[in-house]
Ligand binder design. Structure first.
Ligand code: GLU
Length: 447
């Protein structure tokens, strides 16, 4: 790490000691891009500081009324991280664990995730510390409306384009979009993505995150002269990302044998590989209970309360739940179990030490969420393109484009790692390629 980067890291550490998730993702990234950051222009323009701090961020209050007539007040956030290559773009997360630090880390990850999709989008993230668990549809709708009344003046098709994330699916995007339209008086379809199919959404968007992850994984397998045929996948979470992974993995001959929730994990040796099981995952999510145990009850699978799935033997681990869901002990277990591929779906799912262990182990190949997790936002950008030309591509067309985008992200990552003498390091390669692209765009546009 050169002196300039070390200084940026030290300054951030002092200034944002109270924002651990944000510091975690930035410090890992600084380590990854270090081999490519020796250009003297970077220090002269203080470019690295400008790349690791958001261009703008703000918070707002969201008062709303529950079904009993009581008022609640939640905290909303939007971090407009970087607009070098297009309008700010990124999801909204509704979860009690949302803080300024979490949203800032998501905005950072999103910026560098979006960069290599080949589509003109900057990076952003937002959300609220609202807990949708146990809330009625009407309560969630009122919450979405109040959220949008606070946010609408700061977003727009050419400004900032929110979408979903944990706790925000197509149902919530519908209510958010409805409120946006009412208050602005404009049917500005590209102001939000992840919309329903009847009002400007894209085909495949719901499954795109998971599909993209499997497409990326397929390229890694191919590189090793292997395929998904007969492979066992250890997957966490049971949301959109996991759902898409189950479906695409099954289509390509693999088998997802675990799913998890805050209550524990299920082990299904037959694989989560039938339409009935996919539909049941959606039902569990929309029940608002945030529990995976009902899957075990319904399909006779084994439920392990309070545990994570990383102890189950398999070939490929795909964390799809949330940040820091995989600690050092889990990484040790994956390596001991001879898991040979670690492919991130969720943003920053491993702790710093766990990721270091996995990356340095010669027994396991790793891919980071900024590469393998970008299928969702890639199709969001396709949704914006379709809205802009008032058109709608077929399922097949979107799926083909998604596969092509994931493949080019893989190629760019592998090529950058090769160029900097890092061998087959897809995580560093991806970070370097995205860093260089945004750096060039920022320098070209001046201060
Ligand atoms: N939250 C999603 C992600 O991590 C979606 C972002 C978007 O579609 O704008 O990529």
């Amino acid at each position: 790490m050169n002196d300039y980067i070390a200084r940026v890291s030290e300054n951030l550490g002092k200034k944002y000691a109270h924002e651990p998730e944000y510091l975690q993702c930035v410090n890992t990234w600084l380590e990854m891009i270090a081999p490519a950051a020796d250009d003297p222009r970077y220090e002269k323009l203080d470019l690295i500081t400008r790349m690791v701090e958001p261009e703008r961020s703000f918070s707002f209050l969201i008062p709303w009324v529950d079904d009993q007539g009581c008022t609640h007040t939640n905290h909303g956030y939007r971090v407009q991280f970087n607009s070098a290559i297009g309008p700010y773009k990124g999801g909204l997360r509704f979860h009690p664990g949302v803080t300024a630090s979490v949203v800032k880390f998501l905005g950072f990850e999103q910026t560098y995730k979006n960069a290599l999709t080949g589509l003109p989008i900057g990076g952003a993230a937002g959300g609220a510390d609202f807990d949708p668990r146990g809330r009625s549809n009407r309560e969630i709708m009122r919450f979405c409306q109040s959220f949008m009344y606070a946010l609408y003046r700061y977003i727009g098709a050419d400004t900032d384009v929110p979408a979903g994330d944990i706790g925000v699916g197509s149902r919530e995007v519908g209510w958010l979009y409805g409120a946006y339209k009412k208050v602005t008086g404009r049917a500005e379809s590209s102001a939000l993505t992840g919309k329903g199919l009847t009002y400007g959404g894209s085909r495949i968007r719901q499954a795109a995150a998971g599909f993209g992850t499997v497409y990326f994984l397929a390229r890694m397998l191919e590189h090793q002269g292997e395929s998904l045929e007969g492979k066992r996948l250890i997957v966490s979470g049971f949301g959109n990302m996991s759902w898409g992974v189950c479906r695409k993995a099954a289509e390509l001959g693999g088998k997802v044998v675990t799913l998890s929730g805050p209550d524990g994990y299920i082990y299904d040796p037959d694989g989560v590989a039938t339409q009935e099981k996919y539909d049941f995952m959606v039902k569990m999510r929309y029940s608002g209970e945030d529990r995976v145990e009902p899957y075990a009850e319904r399909f006779g699978a084994v439920f392990h309360p309070g545990k994570r799935p990383w102890e189950v033997p398999g070939d490929i681990a795909v964390p799809c739940a949330t940040q820091n869901e995989l600690a050092v002990d889990d990484a040790v277990m994956l390596i001991a179990n001879n898991v040979r591929y670690y492919v991130e779906g969720a943003n920053m799912p491993a702790t710093t030490d766990a990721l270091r262990l996995l990356r340095l182990s010669p027994k396991i190949l790793t891919a980071g969420a900024k590469a393998s997790g970008s299928g969702g936002v890639a199709v969001s950008a396709l949704e914006m393109a379709q809205n802009a030309i008032r058109y709608s591509w077929s399922r097949k067309e979107v799926d083909e484009k998604l596969r092509g985008i994931m493949s080019s992200i893989y190629d760019a990552s592998a090529a950058a790692a090769e160029e900097y003498g890092l061998g087959y390091d897809l995580i560093a390669g991806n970070d370097i390629a995205a860093f260089k692209k945004i750096a060039e765009a920022m320098m070209a546009q001046g201060l």
